[in-house]
Design a binder for this molecule. Structure first.
Ligand code: ADP
Ligand code: MG
Length: 238
């Protein structure tokens, strides 16, 4: 079954970091760092704590700037929070005094409730739109945060250890959900995780960040079942 928002990102946007250097004082976090993420790829970045993963994500999102080198999205230099980029963190960061639907419908354009409801259905929370965030479980809160990220149909989704605080079974549910939504919508995805199994299970490609550069860059089997699932959905077999 396709998700409700059909006019979604088509193929995502490509990301490139070219000869990027990022330091904090004397600490070189990234040096001569190069990475190209093609449009629509699901990339996972793994590495030790403190290795620069979140810094990399902030640079891609335009939340921070490199000391030198270039970060581009679709060939354009990133110099502010890019409108086509949405982020998901370990904490859902919901607004506690807003109901679930209000947390999702942040843009408040016309039909915002309808749009928010459709995305809440995509993440399996159609029954919870009137709830306050505090009554939800951790996994449900992350679903709301995912819905909020998806509601504007971003071309790029950046996830910084989004499932790190969840129990193992909830994490598996979230993996399935993310896989399904990504297969339907095709945005470019960068998933930061310290869980190598998670990276391999979900991503097309896994890079290992070590001491400021990419120590390993591996393509994962492209003929995996979820791609077939996405294809069969596209031709209406499911
Ligand atoms: P990771 O996400 O892989 O755990 P980070 O990107 O958060 O790593 O951090 C990489 C290094 O940069 C760490 O040593 C961290 O302390 C340092 N760092 C990150 N942000 C800042 C900052 N704003 N000011 C100073 N040091 C920072
Ligand atoms: Mg981090």
């Amino acid at each position: 079954m396709a998700t409700n928002v059909d006019d979604a990102a088509e193929g995502g946007l490509p990301i490139a970091l070219t000869r990027v250097k990022k330091s904090f004082g004397k600490l070189d976090v990234l040096s001569n760092f190069n990475l190209e993420v093609p449009a629509g790829q699901f990339l996972a970045v793994v590495g030790r704590s403190g290795g620069g993963k979140s810094t990399l994500m902030r640079l891609i999102a335009g939340l921070d700037a490199p000391n030198s080198g270039a970060v581009t999205i679709a060939g354009e230099k990133v110099d502010r929070l890019h409108p086509e980029v949405r982020l998901l963190f370990q904490e859902a960061r919901l607004v506690p005094w807003q109901r679930v639907i209000e947390n999702v419908g942040i843009a408040r354009g016309s039909n915002w409730q309808e749009t928010a409801r459709a995305v809440l259905a995509d993440v399996g929370l159609q029954e919870r739109e009137e709830d306050w965030p505090t009554v939800l479980s951790g996994g449900q809160r992350q679903r709301v945060a995912l819905a909020r990220a998806l509601v504007s149909r971003p071309q790029i989704l950046l996830l910084d250890e989004p499932f790190g605080a969840l129990d193992a079974l909830t994490r598996i549910d979230m993996h399935r959900l993310l896989e399904t939504i990504w297969a339907d919508r095709g945005f470019t995805t960068v998933l930061i995780t310290h869980d190598v199994a998670e990276a391999v299970a979900l991503a097309d490609r896994v890079v290992v960040l070590h001491q400021g550069s990419i120590a390993l860059d591996i393509d994962i089997d492209l003929d995996r079942p979820r791609r077939e699932l996405a294809d069969s959905r596209a031709v209406g077999l499911q």
